[in-house]
Design a protein around this ligand. Structure first.
Ligand code: THU
Length: 160
């Protein structure tokens, strides 16, 4: 029997002032995206913003439904918005954050497995990595060089 392992590497940024201007704007856009969130059931409002290669920003937020399994995650909505409104333009980076009405989120918010898989396939399809920035209302910002960096063993379309 062989033991195998995968590792996950990211950078932790303590101060927003250490970020370049375009990434700071991206992070602020993710915070703005939260305003469009519809999360009356979980109260967990998620915002995502994507920076496209043409310099434009695309937004996404979570949208819940009384039929709970129908909930749409912010990251998934951001990727579909980019796909439809900025078709053919490379999605360079994405920032993701969240808010809750009764507590401060003091750490980065990690995307669910399903959103990670969608981000990985998007970067494979476009042939370029997506830099990902995760952050809370306070605390550090986590920067991943690519989506695959946080989903090291994705399901691969070559299996089909
Ligand atoms: N949610 C996201 O928007 N992204 C994730 O990666 C995980 C969870 C949303 C879905 C639901 O509306 C709420 O957060 C609580 O799960």
């Amino acid at each position: 029997m062989k033991k195998r392992s995968v590792s996950c590497t990211w950078s932790e940024i303590d101060e927003r002032t250490d970020l370049p201007d375009d990434i700071l704007k991206l992070i602020q856009a993710a915070e703005t995206a939260i305003e469009n969130s519809y999360a009356p059931y979980s109260k967990f409002r998620v915002g995502a913003a994507a920076k496209m290669a043409d310099g434009s920003l695309v937004f996404g937020s979570n949208m819940e439904n009384a039929s709970f399994p129908l909930c749409i995650c912010a990251e998934k909505s951001c990727v579909t918005n980019a796909e439809n409104n900025k078709h053919g333009i490379i999605l360079e980076s994405m920032a993701i954050t969240a808010k809750h009405p009764t507590r401060i989120i003091d750490h980065p918010i990690s995307p669910c497995g399903s959103c990670r898989q969608i981000l990985v396939e998007k970067e494979q399809r476009q042939g370029a990595p997506i830099a990902v920035y995760l952050f809370g209302q306070t605390g550090p910002i986590w920067h991943f060089d690519s989506a695959e960096a946080f989903l090291p063993l994705p399901f691969d379309s070559n299996e089909l």
